[in-house]
Design a protein around this ligand. Sequence first.
Ligand SMILES: Cc1ncc(COP(=O)(O)O)c(C=O)c1O
Length: 384
Amino acid sequence: MIQPANRTQSIQEYYFSVKLKEIAQMNMGEVKVLNLGIGDPDMSPSEETWNSLREACFHPKSHGYQSYQGIPALREGFSKWYKTYFNVDLNPANEILPLMGSKEGIMITSLAYLNEGDEVLIPDPSYPTYKSVTNLLGGKIVSYPLSESKNWQPDFVSLEKRDLSKVKIMWINYPHMPTGARATKELLENIVAFGKKHKILIVNDNPYSFILNNEPLSILSIDGAKDCCLELNSLSKSHNMPGWRVGMIGGNPKMLEPILKVKTNMDSGMFYPVQQAAIKALSQDQTWYDSINKVYQKRRELVFQLLDLIKCKPSADQSGMFVWASIPDKYEDCYKLSDEILQKTKVFITPGGIFGDQGKKYIRISLCSSESVFKEAIERIKRN
Ligand SMILES: Cc1ncc(COP(=O)(O)O)c(C=O)c1O
């Protein structure tokens, strides 16, 4: 048997990959599992986006390799989008690098900046990829706990008490997944000041700004942010295009340079029609976001009803495509509750502990199912 690299021992199969196999097994029975777990947008991209994709397929060069930096019109599209919705100026020539989603961005940014043994500040709870990428690259995870009592914001007093001399990157993610917490301008100002003071690269992973959130906020809108911050963004959630793999990283050209260097050695530009379709998606006006949010809003009301039935309390004022809620005291942890509901009612709800220890007393419900699915889930729970 040929031995895989040691680094593969530092990570485990993704929780959902394992859980989906269990759900597939349960689905062999008569009653199918209602999966309220995964944040995979079920609504379609806009018709104009599809049309643009179709038309671009017939371009004589559509099959060819594309520029590592994306076609200029895509960078211009991102630049206008940032100006319109975040009031941030990003020069399309050198302050925007299109990517195949934020997930690629997490890996290539880490490859570009982390040496073995460098420390990385990672929020707990958070998107598991920050940790797994850090582990894969031999970085050292330094978790910083977020708690409901502090509105899921970093506690700078305790962060300042640590030895921060080896910290290279700090991941932040506002609007925050899984808690749905938003950043305030003041919070982002504090984070920028913290990054500058300790010479830490701050990366804001920002894919949820357009979902159930009236005020998209970019860290790059803060004075001086371009000195130490980068921002990832993505069309996966904002434009219902998760499988199309379109995202970007923005910031100071000098800081993007090493990332581009890594990218040019790892992959090539995206399929031309996907880039054209992304340009169209990015040019849509506010009515697009409003129409999507109207649907999520209705779904969220049903999720609140469901949570009430199982005595879970959602934290107030959430953004993004999930609802995060604390579990009743009688349950030792979220896994017990999630498993009990799955076994009794065949409704799957994500246990918050998969996002870190601070999530153990919480669950997360995705809004990516139709109203009829939520109604059916409510009925099943009422019957049990
Ligand atoms: C916080 C966060 N960042 C990044 C991603 C990945 O997004 P993309 O599809 O752009 O790679 C997700 C997806 O679930 C996410 O929740």
